[in-house]
Design a protein. Structure first.
Length: 152
């Protein structure tokens, strides 16, 4: 005869079960460049994705579903600048991929910058076919993105 589950154990089991359903996308973007030797690279903050404001910024990776995503990014200010400069990009997100983005300036005094992918690596234990299927299911809810440039 089995004993009934305690409420905390039952809640944990339900939470783990829902997490296994895999409704969350497994592609990520963040804005802290890892290449320390390149002095032309600056951090970027993710301001919004597909029109939805992001509050994590460059401090933590932002989860994205695969496909074209409209990103608004803000580059950290260069020397002599008081604030960062925001730009809008349409960025093609591949399934099961972690991107580290950066702003490249020709000079630390330049306000203008271009978007570069500092690092791109696969997300472990991620099935690209499953992620593409999830993205297709959610495409009906995705807003149309305005035209912009893409670094890829």
């Amino acid at each position: 005869m089995s004993q009934p589950m305690k409420p905390a154990v039952a809640l944990l089991a339900v939470t783990l079960g829902l997490a296994g359903c895999g409704s969350a996308p497994l592609s990520f973007v963040e804005g802290m460049p890892q290449t320390r030797a390149d002095g032309t690279l600056y951090p970027v903050r993710v301001v919004s994705v597909d029109g939805a404001i992001e509050f994590g910024g460059s401090a933590k990776p932002v989860q994205l579903s695969p496909g074209p995503r409209w990103l608004v990014l803000e580059a950290a200010p260069g020397q002599g600048a008081r604030s960062g400069v925001q730009k809008s990009f349409v960025f093609k997100v591949e399934p099961c991929t972690h991107y580290v983005l950066a702003a490249r300036r020709h000079s630390p005094m330049d306000a203008d910058w271009s978007l570069v992918v500092d690092r791109k690596e696969p997300v472990q234990a991620c099935n690209a076919n499953d992620e593409l299927a999830k993205a297709k299911q959610s495409d009906g809810a995705t807003r149309a993105a305005p035209s912009a440039s893409s670094p890829q």
